[in-house]
Design a binder for this molecule. Sequence first.
Ligand code: BG6
Length: 453
Amino acid sequence: MAAPAISTLVILGAGGDLTSRLLLPGLASLLASTRGSDIRLIGVDRDPMTDAAWKRRVTKAFSAVDGRRIESVIESSSYLQADVTDPAALERVLAAATGRTALYFALPPAVTVLACRTLAGVDLPAGIVLAVEKPFGTDLKSATALNRLLQRLVPEEQVFRVDHFLGKSTVINLLGLRFANRIFEPLLSAQNVAHVEINIEEDLGLEGRAGYYDKAGALIDMIQSHLLLVLALATMEPPATVASEDLRGAMAQLLRATRSWKKDGTESRRARYTAGTIGRRKLPAYTSEAGVDRTRGTETLAEMTVAIDNWRWAGVPFVLRSGKAIGEPRQEVVFTFRDVPHLPTGFSGPSRQAQLRIGIKPATMSLDLVTNGFEDPFDLECDTLDANFRPSELSAYGEVLAELLEGDPTLSVRGDIAEECWRIVAPVLAAWRADRVPLDSYPAGTRGPRSWR
Ligand code: BG6
């Protein structure tokens, strides 16, 4: 029997940047959609705030949409001042909630851990869902410890580890494209694919997030979480259903078979941006941004190669790359096909290998076909079939929140998956901490270090 939907959403860390920039706008996109339903919203934070001030904050974050449901959620929402490390304060918060409740930890990771420890001394209402933001721990050991702590509080189906990439319609579309079409799936294996790249680049710089980012860097911020999940969806075996345990089981199985290409992680590359221009925006060097500790050596562009040790993918390199302040950023999964086993003698070309490119942003797909040349028909060229995907009704956060509020953990990162992701990046993190891989640089607005091309 399906679990009842959530009636009260409690946001711990309601005064923070994550709440106003992503969570509330995501909730607004959900409330305005056909999947939205009435919900009580309670904001909780350390500082005093009146209900009226909180409602103004929610109204501002909801400003992109309107409608009866939006108004009623704002109207019924309230604010509570509470210290999340105080059991009595958390009991007060839970007493204010009605019906099935989700407790969303929009807090820095270290405070989330403290709040979870506090919850261990509190009587939790049946069915409560605990929603935890990324980064989930700071390494394998801390992620495992946090998982143990959460397991003591509620069953795994009631933990929702949020990764908004799982809510992107283009990422979910990897499943539809692969498993609902006959033409792609049989091609996607080591027999036909020479190498795969997953690039998630951005033209944004630090955006005032030094407090978090300078301790994380591109590898932890993006590859350890988002890119490895995209890899899992792009390469896993077809599940029997897309229900939570089948889907996440297939992802976990794939990630268990994944390891860094070289045991010591030294195939990886890292770099940091210097001052530069992106369009009309001038970006200072990363190390000149407020709050950055230049001695920490944090990378803003990271690349690692992984192998998948299973029948389908043995021997194929998967290059995962993500960076900030990149000019003409790409967000795509690119399968590069092997040459045909024998090209009939007399043909020449084509000049490059054919690819299947699945765009995450923009939402596109292109498939190269090798065809006869324009001037000399025996001189082969690549033509491309292009498709644009329909945009989704919901934003990525809206999609993830929809699943969370429906009480369905399908788009939540299962505990073992979070741990596998840390295991996979661990050799690279160790190599970087021991300075066995140089830290290169690139001017903001370029495609990365010249030496990488
Ligand atoms: C976040 C990272 O998880 O994802 C950010 O912390 C990054 O550094 C962001 O910019 C990218 O997400 P989106 O949806 O803007 O592509």
